[in-house]
Every structure is written in C-alpha cells, then in structure tokens.
Design a protein around this ligand. Structure first.
Ligand code: WQD
Length: 340
C-alpha cells in the first residue's frame, strides 16, 4: 500500500517514513529540499533497507502536484508535513508562510478528492492553543488567536480541512497537534537538521555541547513556574512518528468516528527548560554552558498535553522518555559532526 509523505525528508517526515516502512507500507516522498537534504533518503534506507520512492517537487506548483498524482494513482493515504515552520521567520515573512503552508494544502486536498482511498493526515501543532487557560491541554481547549503567521497557518489549515470534510463525507482526515518534538532515531542515521542558528531548544543544547555554539541562552528565569523557566511537553520524535502510522491504519480500516478527528500528541508531562538541561547533562555526562537571560518575545509560560483521547481512541501513547530523547539527540549531533 503506497503512502505519500509530503516533506518526507524533513525531521518528523523522515522518522515517519521509517515507521511506515517498518509496518510494510510502500513510501513515496515528495520534498522540495528547501529545508532538508537528499542524503536523508540514504539514512532512511540504512535503517530499513528500503529506499522510499522520491519526487523532488515544490507543492506550490499546482500543475506539478497534479502530475505526481497522475503518476501515482495508487496512493492510498497522504501524510502532509511539507510546510515552513519557523515562528520568528513567519513574523518577518508572513506572505511566504501563507503561500507555502496554505496554497500547498489546498492543492493536496484537491488531489485527495480524486483518489480511491481518501485518507489524509495533517501535521498540526499545539501552537494553536496559544497559552491555554487550563493545563494539561485537551483537544477541546479553545483555539486562541495565533501569536504568529506560522501558528495561524496551522489554525487556517485545520479550518480548511474541516470545511472540506463537511461537504465531502468520503474524505477521512486527521489533524495531529504535536507538542515539542525532540530527539532522533536511535541509529543516529536520521535526526533534526536545523539550517543556521537553531531556533529550538534541543538542537541548540546539542550544538552548544559539541562546541558549535558558545553558550545556550535560557530565555527567561522569572516565569510563574517552579524553577522560573518555561514548561513544555517534549515528545520523542520516534513516538510521534509511530502515532502517524497508528492514525493512518485507523483511517484505512475505517475505524474513524467522524471524517475529521483531532488528536494531541504529547507525553502528558511538562518539563522546564532547566529540567531539560539537567536531563541532557545526566545522560551525556556533559556540562552545559548556559546563562539565563531575558524572555523571548512570544513564548508562552507552559504547555503540556492531556493524552487520554489519543490513548483511548488511537490506542497510542508515548514509550520513550525525555532522557531517551536527549541521549539520541546527542548521539545524532556527534555523528553529524563526525565525532563518532
Ligand atoms: C522551547 C523552550 C524557549 C531555545 C516551537 C513552535 C512549535 C513547534 C516547536 C513547529 C521555550 C526555550 C529555546 C533557546 C531557550 N514548532 N528556549 N533557549 O517555542 O515551545 O515551540 O517549536 O511545529 O510550533 O512554536 O519550542 O524549542 O523554540 O522552545 O530557552 O535557545 O525552550 O523559551 O521555553 P517552542 P522551542
């Protein structure tokens, strides 16, 4: 059964491609290589022994999207990761984000309607909740006005899917709202490949530890949390990838209870920035050079998932810990810097 993974050479996409292949699916990756590299295909093949089909394509080009679906009429499901995802960049360049994240979703959905099997999984984000009023965060927590164009494209994306599903009962769609994905496959053959200065915490930690960065700035030590630093739900990327396979199987087997379902994907546990640093230091034996500085604009105080819906309905929950994620992130960083 062939599954299309858009953005499949990216961080979460590549880990999902591995788990799909592990479950026996035939994987077709579309990627424009704007934020990934073709060598990721080698990494996937090194892990599973199977090389995904690959089409280099920019999903902003509607005719090219149409062409690839004509070439692969046997696509039985789509997992749509392809999108720009840097919060700060989206504030500086909103139109690039709306064009790249919204137009491409519309073109993919237009092609979905023409498939025999109309199974679709959308990569969404806990960012839609903003600073939730209640913790842990359930799926029926209100979606707050987006704090960035990036976050807005996830909200708009979910609305586009919802509106389309209302008038097309044949579509079977799921939006997966990720909390904070971290870590890498234990083989260290694939992992996160931030371009330039990492915006996210964990790659900045590993790049500081390996000597690429001078010092980690901890953005804010005066939040209303036990140790004053922000709290997040750090989920191992392999657990996250497995959730996509479970959600897809559910659609293929027609077990979905409505034609548009939404799930939070997190561990259910909040960890502060200092706790994340302590975990890294514990599992690696490295002493991290960091300094608490002023808050980062736009950061929320705390977010972590209420996980019972995914557990009860998807039959999925995380198996890997924060320590596992830190250990795998460090092994990956060492490998890509040829230290191991
Ligand atoms: C985590 C915590 C920072 C870097 C964003 C997006 C979200 C998703 C994940 C795409 C915060 C602190 C960070 C640093 C720090 N992206 N931090 N020093 O902001 O929770 O979520 O990335 O889907 O949609 O919003 O993740 O890793 O940037 O920050 O102190 O150098 O680490 O202040 O408290 P965030 P993050």
């Amino acid at each position: 059964m062939k599954i299309l993974v858009t953005g499949g050479l990216g961080y979460i996409g590549s880990h999902t491609a591995v788990e799909l292949q592990n479950e026996g699916y035939d994987v077709l990756i579309i990627d424009n290589l704007s934020n990934s590299s073709i060598e990721v295909l080698d990494g996937i093949q090194a892990i599973t022994g199977k090389r995904p089909h690959f089409e280099k394509l920019d999903l902003k080009h509607k005719q090219d999207v149409r062409g690839v679906f004509k070439k692969h009429p046997d696509i039985a499901g789509i997992i749509h990761f392809a999108a720009s995802k840097a919060v700060g960049e989206s504030v500086q360049n909103p139109l690039m984000y709306y064009e790249n994240n919204i137009n491409t979703l519309v073109y993919i959905l237009q092609e979905l309607e023409g498939l025999n099997q109309k199974n679709f999984i959308f990569s969404s984000s806990c960012t839609v909740y903003g600073q939730a009023d209640k913790l842990p965060i359930t799926e029926d927590a209100p979606v707050k006005p987006a704090e960035s164009p990036y976050g807005n494209t996830k909200q708009i994306g979910e609305e586009i899917i919802g509106d389309t599903c209302k008038v097309n009962s044949n579509l079977k769609c799921v939006a997966l709202r990720y909390f904070n994905p971290i870590g890498a496959h234990h083989s260290a053959r694939i992992g996160e490949l931030p371009i330039g200065i990492p915006q996210n915490l964990v790659p900045y930690i590993t790049q500081t530890a390996i000597g690429l960065r001078e010092q980690l700035s901890v953005f804010g030590g005066d939040y209303p949390t036990p140790d004053g630093t922000c709290i997040r739900d750090y989920i191992h990327v392999v657990d996250l990838a497995k959730a996509h396979v479970v959600a897809l199987q559910r659609l293929i087997e027609n077990k979905n209870q409505s034609n548009f379902e939404i799930f939070n994907l997190g561990t259910g546990k909040g960890s502060s920035v200092l706790e994340a640093i302590q975990s890294f230091e514990k599992v690696t034996g490295e002493k991290l050079n960091y300094k608490i500085v002023e808050r980062r604009e736009g950061d929320i105080t705390a977010a972590y998932a209420e996980t019972s819906k995914a557990e009860k309905i998807l039959g999925w929950k995380t198996e890997l810990s924060l320590d596992d994620a830190m250990s795998s992130a460090w092994k990956w960083e060492q490998r890509i810097r040829n230290k191991i």
